[in-house]
Design a protein around this ligand. Structure first.
Ligand code: DGY
Length: 432
């Protein structure tokens, strides 16, 4: 299936390992130096998947460092600021979580929001590669993972059981069109003067606009002014969007946590209840008009009519619902390298701008893995082959133009290297 010599594959594998080691800060991994100089939540969990392929101890320790930053209330923050780096904005001082409600004493400085909870899924992967020896490490992680999931049900659940994001950064899909309607409801008055750092590292055409950024910072100030009190934020935050990324990654993570509980001989009843809630939540995100799962602005109750790569995480979540296969195939037919982060037919599609069009390796990994598990091997292999071509031709960039493969955002990127090693590389086939 892959038109590559063994030597070329070996060189790409070696490069992926080199990138993980390059971004390793002894215990945690940065997504890429410069642009993202700290530990990001879901990036770190993907890093564990990559390390696990060649250094299982480092795979475990990545997850252990990530979960050590957990707040007392169970939240695992989206950024942990282990060191100070003036090249990044907004840093720990802007988030102001030192006296945050629910944080607890002695925690590493962090942001005040979370990110898609994929840690349990990659803890299970580590264990599958390290059965027996890894049992005690899995056992030590389990209560933290369970508390993290419990926090979502306490603070991010809609009446239907879907999961909301309270800041575009919480979804990880920072400038996806899903947030446009909720962002339009914010007038970013009172934003203190700031200097963006991201556009000093990366071409501004590949990054969110200033209008978006003003609102990102406004939302950070809004949370900080309320000491990140989740009760207050639930009542007052104008930005609450039910999100397929959160709903589907948590559903998968709960299914994986249930397998972990079984391995450990723990009671699974609470987790089964969570899965049921999420299934009902997912049903509420089905948009008949787009023929795909959608996000919903909780302020208005309206769908956003966005077909994104998050829409296709339904199979990764374990749903056996094939209604969106038609739209998936239509979207794949429209680009050279799928899955694009936004519908190429939509007027807002922008092939280079972050989450408004580019293709992302981690999303492809989750979508294709889910498709394969659901028996859709043709689509799964198509997405994997596109990812192999994309990376082998264009390197381990953060994201890529889905039409011509132009590498975009940060280079030598941790999670792109990680999904290469843990999913895409043709050498995995030979090992099978
Ligand atoms: C950024 O700074 O662009 C990050 O995505 C925030 O998490």
């Amino acid at each position: 299936m892959f038109d590559m010599t063994e030597d070329r594959i070996k060189r790409l594998d070696a490069e992926a390992r080199r990138i993980l080691q390059l971004n390793d800060r002894a215990g945690y991994t940065v997504p890429t130096s410069g642009l993202y100089p700290y530990q990001w939540n879901w990036d770190s969990a993907f890093a564990a998947l990559g390390f696990a392929q060649f250094d299982i101890d480092r795979g475990w320790s990545e997850l252990e460092t990530l979960m050590a930053g957990q707040w007392e209330n169970g939240m695992v923050p989206h950024i942990q600021f282990h060191v100070d780096d003036p090249g990044y904005f907004p840093g720990a001082g802007i988030w102001g979580t030192d006296d945050a409600i629910g944080k607890g004493p002695g925690r590493v400085p962090s942001s005040g929001i979370s990110q898609p909870p994929v840690a349990a899924s990659f803890a299970l992967r580590c264990y599958q590669l390290d059965e027996g020896a890894g049992l005690e490490r899995l056992r030590a992680l389990y209560p933290r993972l369970a508390a993290f999931h419990r926090w979502f049900f306490a603070h991010r659940q809609t009446a239907d059981g879907a999961m909301v994001v309270t800041h575009p950064w919480e979804a990880g899909r920072d400038n996806a069109p899903d947030w446009d309607s909720a962002m339009a409801g914010i007038t970013p008055e009172g934003v203190q003067p700031y200097t963006r750092r991201d556009t000093g590292h990366v071409n501004p055409a590949m990054r969110p606009t200033k209008d978006d950024y003003d609102r990102y910072i406004w939302l950070v100030q809004f949370g900080r002014d309320r000491k990140w009190d989740q009760e207050k934020l639930a009542a007052e935050n104008p930005f609450r969007v039910a999100d397929p990324t959160m709903t589907f990654t948590l559903m998968r993570a709960c299914r994986d946590l249930k397998i972990i509980a079984e391995v450990l001989g723990e009671d699974q009843a609470e987790i089964s209840g969570w899965i049921e809630r999420l299934e009902s939540g997912a049903a509420s995100l089905w948009n008949e008009e787009t023929g795909a799962y959608d996000s919903r602005n909780e302020a208005t109750g309206e769908f956003n009519h966005c077909v994104t790569n998050a829409s296709f995480l339904c199979w990764w979540a374990g749903l056996r619902d094939d209604r969106s296969l038609t739209v998936l195939n239509r979207v794949l037919d429209q680009v050279r390298y799928g899955v694009p982060s936004f519908d190429p037919e939509h007027e807002k599609f922008d092939g280079l701008r972050y989450w408004r069009g580019p293709v992302w390796g981690i999303m492809n990994m989750m979508i294709a893995t889910g498709l394969k598990e659901a028996g859709h091997t043709v689509e799964a292999e198509r997405i994997r082959a596109a990812t192999v071509a994309l990376i082998s031709e264009n390197g381990f960039a953060e994201y890529f133009d889905p039409q011509d493969g132009t590498p975009a955002g940060g280079g030598t990127f941790t999670w792109t290297a990680a999904i290469w090693l843990g999913w895409a590389t043709p050498s995995l086939e030979e090992a099978e």
